[in-house]
Design a binder for this molecule. Structure first.
Ligand code: HEM
Length: 198
């Protein structure tokens, strides 16, 4: 009989639903706890970025983890990579919504450089999300599709790591964790590529 344990099942859209419910629950609780939308904003921007980062790293390292450490987790992450990536897009667009509300409704401001650097990451993220289906792979051709997702994910990686470097040491420990995990993920990808070539 086939092994139907969690790690062997393709959870697919259930991953997005679970992430969406957790995120909405967190935002509803924060709204209640801080007494309103504007009051909760300073407390929810970082956590949404962290959740997005965790999902991004899972999608970014799925194949390298399976190549370097073949096992249940890597197999599961590979099978569900598309939905992990789409969950990342959902959470990160919520981050954008919160950040934009904060800019519009409070005294907070950002430089044009920060807005365009982060904005381009959202352009890539949007393109990656709308092309995360088999029809788009066929339409773009596997080579172009791969190129878009590779360039987009490396750019998003760069924004996560560069942003966290730029805010050191004031953003410790979270910024440090993002840098260390980000660099480790990059190392996994280069080691996996090297392993495939040997
Ligand atoms: C237009 C673009 C963006 C703006 C204006 C923006 C703004 C912000 C703000 C105001 C915070 C909360 C900071 C705090 O509470 O001290 C934050 C957190 C964060 N953002 Fe965004 N963000 C943008 C896009 C992005 C993008 C594209 C990424 C990654 C690809 C990203 C990653 C993060 C991370 C990792 C944190 C948490 C940092 C930490 O805990 O040290 N942001 N962002």
């Amino acid at each position: 009989m086939a092994n139907r344990s969690f790690w062997n099942v393709n959870q697919g859209p259930a991953i997005i639903r679970t992430v969406g419910v957790l995120l909405m629950g967190f935002l509803a609780m924060s709204y209640d706890m801080w007494g309103g939308y504007v009051a909760m904003l300073p407390h929810v921007m970082k956590p949404t970025a962290w959740l997005a980062f965790a999902l991004f790293i899972m999608a970014f390292t799925a194949s390298s983890v399976q190549i370097l450490f073949p096992g249940s987790y890597g197999r599961w992450a590979m099978k569900n990579r598309r939905y992990i990536g789409l969950s990342f897009a959902l959470v990160h667009f919520i981050h954008a919504g919160l950040v934009l509300s904060n800019l519009a409704l409070t005294e907070a401001s950002r430089t044009a450089g920060e807005l365009s650097g982060g904005g381009l990451a959202y352009v890539f993220l949007g393109l990656m999300a709308i092309t995360s289906n088999n029809a788009s792979v066929r339409k773009l051709g596997a080579k172009n599709w791969k190129r878009l997702h590779k360039v987009g994910s490396y750019y998003i990686w760069l924004i996560f790591v560069a942003r966290s470097f730029g805010e050191l040491p004031g953003n410790l420990p979270s910024g440090g964790v993002i840098i260390v995990v980000g660099l480790t993920a990059l190392m996994f990808r280069t080691s996996a590529r090297r392993k495939l070539k040997t």
